[in-house]
Design a protein around this ligand. Structure first.
Ligand SMILES: C[S@@+](CC[C@H](N)C(=O)[O-])C[C@H]1O[C@@H](n2cnc3c(N)ncnc32)[C@H](O)[C@@H]1O
Length: 220
C-alpha cells in the first residue's frame, strides 16, 4: 500500500504543473485581475482548481453551476467542454453576471452556450425554473456554504447517471479539518463533506487542490 505522508506535493510542484499548462487566456487573466481589484474582493476559484474544472468538463455537454460571480469558473468549464456544450449558471447578482458575459464573449464563447439564472439557487430550484430541468452531466457548487447540502439535494433529481458533482472550498483554508473551528460556514462545509463521502448514491473524494475540491460521481 502506498500511503506515504513523508512527501506531499506543495508549491514547487504546483508551479511546475502551471509551467506546463496552456497559457492563460486574456479573458481569464482579466477576470483574475478584476476579482482582486477595488474594495469588493470577489472570491473566485484558484487557477489550479480552474484547470481541474476544465479537465473534468471534457465530454460533459450539460453543466449546471451554482454561484457565477464574474464567470471565472464558468469560463474554465466552458473551455473544457465540447464546442456544443452548454452551461446554466445561477447567481442573484446581475451586476456580476453582466460583467461575466462580457468576458465570456471576449473568450469567444457564444451567448447561446451559457444561460444565466439571476435568482437565489434554492428558490430557482424550488420554483421549477425551466432552465434548471436537466438532466446535467456535471454540477459545480460554489455559492453560500450553509446551503451546499440543499443545492446537492435539489440537484440529485436533475443529474444524469454518471454525472459528476464538484464543490469548491470544502477544506476552507484548513479550517474544516480543525474541529475546534465551529464558525457557521466551517461547520456547514465539514458536515457537507462528511455527508457526501458517506452517501451511497455517490462515489466521492476530496482533492486537496486550491481551497479543496470535492468530487462526487453520481451512481444513479
Ligand atoms: C464564490 S462566488 C462564485 C465564484 C465563481 N464560482 C468563480 O469561481 O468564478 C459565490 C457567488 O454566489 C453568489 N450567491 C450568493 N447567494 C446565492 C444564492 N442564494 N444562490 C446562488 N448564488 C448565490 C454570490 O453572488 C457570488 O457571486
Amino acid at each position: 500500500m502506498k500511503n506515504d505522508r513523508g512527501w506531499l506535493p506543495g508549491a514547487r510542484e504546483a508551479d511546475w504543473i502551471e509551467s506546463l499548462a496552456r497559457p492563460l487566456s486574456g479573458a481569464l487573466a482579466a477576470i483574475e485581475a478584476a476579482a482582486t481589484e477595488g474594495s469588493e474582493r470577489i472570491p473566485i476559484v484558484d487557477r489550479d482548481s480552474g484547470r481541474v474544472l476544465a479537465a473534468l468538463a471534457a465530454g460533459r455537454r450539460r453543466i449546471v453551476e451554482v454561484g457565477t460571480a464574474f464567470g471565472y469558473s464558468t469560463l474554465w468549464l466552458a473551455m473544457g467542454q465540447p464546442d456544443d456544450g452548454t452551461i446554466v449558471t445561477i447567481d442573484p447578482d446581475r451586476s456580476r453576471t453582466d460583467r461575466a458575459r462580457g468576458w465570456w464573449r471576449e473568450a469567444g464563447i457564444a451567448d447561446e452556450r451559457i444561460t444565466v439564472v439571476n435568482a437565489k439557487a434554492l428558490e430557482a430550484f424550488a420554483a421549477g425554473e425551466p432552465a434548471l430541468a436537466g438532466p446535467f452531466d456535471l454540477a459545480f457548487i460554489d455559492a453560500l456554504k450553509p446551503e451546499y447540502e440543499g443545492y446537492l439535494q435539489a440537484l440529485v433529481p436533475r443529474l444524469a447517471p454518471g454525472a459528476l458533482v464538484v464543490a469548491d472550498n470544502v477544506l476552507w483554508s484548513g479550517r474544516v479539518v480543525d474541529r475546534a473551528r465551529t464558525e457557521p460556514d466551517t461547520s456547514a462545509l465539514r458536515a457537507f463533506d462528511i455527508a457526501v463521502l458517506a452517501d451511497p448514491r455517490f462515489q466521492a473524494t476530496i482533492l486537496p487542490v486550491g481551497d479543496g475540491l470535492l468530487l462526487a460521481g453520481f451512481r444513479g
